[in-house]
Design a protein around this ligand. Structure first.
Ligand code: IMP
Ligand code: MG
Length: 185
């Protein structure tokens, strides 16, 4: 096993954890006394949701969705298929959609539409990373944003490259020469 294919550390574990605590303080203040349900999308949002909820000092319920996005050769298609739906009813509740990263915004925009159709009391997005320069869909209800990041392929803290490296406690930039190679057999 060779060393990890990480070109540089973009956000250290300490930077991430400090920002997570700061966001948790804001969320705790903003949602005090509300019926808060945090929803995340498997698998990328798992680590952020786990750390964020543990840093809250208000009650919170959690739930998960899973989707698959089709990406054609020309990039994201915006076609999203729901693989696992929520267990919870969200009508009338304060829903915070917790995302690892918003890139083009196509995935988040699909999820927002699907959730709004169920009449939540309130719906907002909390994303750890915002790859702003790549945005196609404008007007997403992003209420909390951890970091704005450059257009590089990132791994760690939930983000994967071919299902690997999600477990890294930091966020790193993947070596470019690894991208676009045929999958290892
Ligand atoms: P969007 O629909 O283009 O906003 O894409 C969002 C999804 O693309 C994220 O949930 C990630 O799964 C994936 N993604 C976007 N950028 C990266 C990255 O730099 N590394 C790993 N996954 C990424
Ligand atoms: Mg993802």
């Amino acid at each position: 096993m060779s060393a990890l294919p990480i070109k540089e550390v973009l956000l250290s574990e300490e930077q991430i954890q400090a920002r997570v605590r700061a966001i948790a303080e804001e969320v705790s203040r903003d949602y005090a006394g509300r019926d808060l349900l945090m929803v995340t999308v498997l698998k990328g949002g798992l680590y952020f949701l786990a750390d964020l909820t543990r840093a809250l000092d208000i009650p919170v319920a959690i739930d998960f969705m899973a989707i698959s996005s089709y990406r054609g050769g020309k990039g994201p298609s915006g076609v999203v298929r729901l693989i696992k739906d929520l267990d919870e009813e969200i009508t009338g509740r304060h829903v915070l959609l917790v995302e690892d990263i918003i890139d083009t915004g196509l995935t988040a925009s699909y999820l927002v539409r699907a959730l709004l159709a169920r009449d939540p009391g309130d719906l907002a997005i909390c994303t750890l990373l915002d790859k702003r320069v790549r945005r196609i869909v404008e007007g997403l209800p992003i209420r909390y944003r951890g970091f704005e990041v450059p257009d590089a392929f990132l791994v760690g803290y939930g983000l994967d490259y071919r299902q690997l490296y999600r477990n890294l406690p930091y966020i790193g930039v993947l070596h470019a020469d690894l991208l676009h190679q045929p999958a290892a057999t």
